[in-house]
Ligand binder design. Structure first.
Ligand code: C5P
Length: 239
């Protein structure tokens, strides 16, 4: 279900190397964002203890490791993510229907056995760093938005809870997958923000109005002169 409270819609990308840096950001932002996203760099460097640290502060974790492997391997990784009691984790829809189904089922069984909630499991459709030319290079012929819509629908069919997608893709995903399917969008920038390497951006307000359930935001908060003011401005924008 989409969060009601504006602050809970914000997922802060903990794109840092060290445990200590992660701890600093969690302490600073814990009353102002809903979820902390731990990605490949931080997790590879600091491991599960960073997840424990965030959870012990009463905060939620999105484990962003984008699993993509044979069904058994991803399902087993999903079981471990479930045991870490993260609120969300993700995988690549291109791993296929069987891989997604097996992971959803494995996570459900483990969560039930432990008496904990099953994490939300999200699919990445087509990476937002890829354009149509990059898709052609890997042999995908259809229009990009069509591929995103198709993979989002496959994810829904597999029992996934939602997708991670660019704000520009929200329309086609809502059309194919309905209102309840969760859409998590990175690439969020105010018109006055630096774009960094994000190409197709929307403001926080525009993305929510377009139908996003959660916004993943990193550098516009992390690199702001006053990060707390930056996050307050985002909350105000989406309220
Ligand atoms: O700093 P910024 O707000 O651009 O951070 C966006 C976060 O969302 C980063 O952690 C990035 O890896 C992640 N992300 C993304 N595009 C995707 C999937 C994830 O920017 N398609």
């Amino acid at each position: 279900m989409s969060p009601v409270n504006p602050k809970d819609k914000i997922i802060f990308a903990l794109d840092v190397e060290h445990f200590g840096e992660a701890q600093h950001w969690v302490n600073l932002l814990k009353d102002r964002v809903g979820i902390f996203k731990v990605g490949k760099q931080l997790f590879t460097h600091a491991g599960p203890k960073v997840i424990d640290m965030i959870r012990k502060k009463g905060q939620k974790v999105f484990l962003d490791l984008k699993y993509h492997d044979i069904p058994n391997t991803v399902a087993k990784a999903g079981e471990e993510a479930t045991k870490l009691e993260v609120a969300m984790f993700n995988l690549h829809a291109l791993g296929g229907l069987a891989m997604m189904k097996k992971t959803v089922e494995a996570s459900r069984v483990i969560a039930k056995g432990l008496g904990i909630p099953k994490p939300l499991i999200l699919a990445v459709t087509i990476l937002t760093s890829m354009d149509e030319e990059a898709l052609r290079e890997v042999g995908v012929q259809g229009p990009l938005l069509e591929e995103v819509g198709r993979l989002a629908f496959l994810s829904l069919k597999a029992g996934m809870d939602g997708v991670v997608a660019s704000p520009q893709e929200i329309g086609i995903i809502r059309e194919r997958c309905g209102e309840k399917f969760l859409i998590v969008t990175p690439g969020i920038r105010h018109p006055s923000d630096k774009r960094d390497d994000q190409k197709r951006t929307m403001s926080p307000k525009e993305a929510i109005a377009a139908g996003a359930d959660y916004l993943v935001i990193g550098r516009p908060i992390k690199e702001a002169k006053d990060p707390l003011e930056a996050v307050e401005r985002i909350i105000e924008d989406i309220s």
